[in-house]
Design a protein around this ligand. Sequence first.
Ligand code: SAM
Ligand code: DTB
Ligand code: SF4
Length: 365
Amino acid sequence: MSSTRHNWTKEEILDIYNKPLMELLYEAATTHRRHHDPNTVQVSTLLSIKTGGCPEDCGYCPQAARYHTDIEGNDLMSVSQVKAQALRAKASGSSRVCMGAAWRNVKDGPEFDQVLEMVRTINKLDMEVCCTLGMVTENQAKRLAEAGLYAYNHNLDSSEEYYKEVISTRGYQDRLETIDNVRKTNVTVCSGGIIGMGEKVADRAGMLVALSTLNPQPESVPINALVAVEGTPLEDQKPVSIWEMIRMVATTRIVMPETQVRLSAGRTEMSREGQAMCFFAGANSIFAGDKLLTTPNPDVSEDMELFKLLGLNPQKPFIKKMQPQTVEAEDSQYQDLGEKPKWTRPEHKIERNEEAKLKAKELTK
Ligand code: SAM
Ligand code: DTB
Ligand code: SF4
């Protein structure tokens, strides 16, 4: 039986977020260790397969056509270009490629067919594939699943109330509907948001209520610090403090214990110590490569140095899906603490993979 709760309230989440920092860190790190290997971090590489010219008005986004930003727009990349980039990402230690397109929604036709071919191609490289292409219908999600998509990213971005301040061209319910369409397939859900857009702490808690009350909760939750890009309506936002990032990561970890919490945009502004605190607070995935979609990110060599310094290892691909938690390994990790992990694999994940189901049974005999 999973101990994950799906009925968190905003008040409870605010109480967690505002705890004295040492209490918050202790609780988050303890939760993290119960459910994950604390020395493993999943590494994804972002690839902007179609850049700029987007019809939406997301106030943070340099790719919206209506804002005058300094980015270079591109048509959809070819499958061979994507394959070459994916191979480069694999060689640098990434287990997942996340392809982003500056689209409002996916449209059936030759471009979508090309994306499906990209998914199949990366899959053959034994890498996890993620897409973030805007809104998808149930049928499009099914086609992505058939092509072998591992994850679909579609962020809630903020609380329902604050979302309206930032985006007007599509609603919160539209976002939830896309997440629901993805959930109807065996593709895992990646959904999170941005802090530092001028929202209140209550909005951060509101977003975490929306995400944590999804049942099942998203397998991956990216926490982005706003990258304030010149030319966007949010260009003058002050950088979010590292303490707020740490609190947000820790709170996310506590309310969504089984999720991979992704320390996403904004790492170029964070010190190594700050990032280490985020990993301690439960972040266990990052985007690697010197570019996110259009903005800078730390160099791979810098990240590898940090991993070495902290004794962190990049996660191998398909590890969660293919290998249910080795209960024995987890148990031994906890002997020192005199406490058993409460790790239980969520049913929906086990159902996805018969092989995993059998192995789980064997291990718990
Ligand atoms: N067009 C698709 C969509 O909106 O779903 C996919 C790409 S979009 C760039 C993916 C996510 O990147 C957004 O939902 C947002 O959370 C994040 N993002 C975009 N610009 C950002 C910025 N300047 N700073 C931080 N995060 C950002
Ligand atoms: C997510 O939550 N963050 C990533 C990924 N999902 C697609 C994107 C961050 C984009 C930052 C701004 C840019 O580089 O354009
Ligand atoms: Fe378009 Fe996505 Fe940027 Fe919004 S976040 S403007 S939908 S690319």
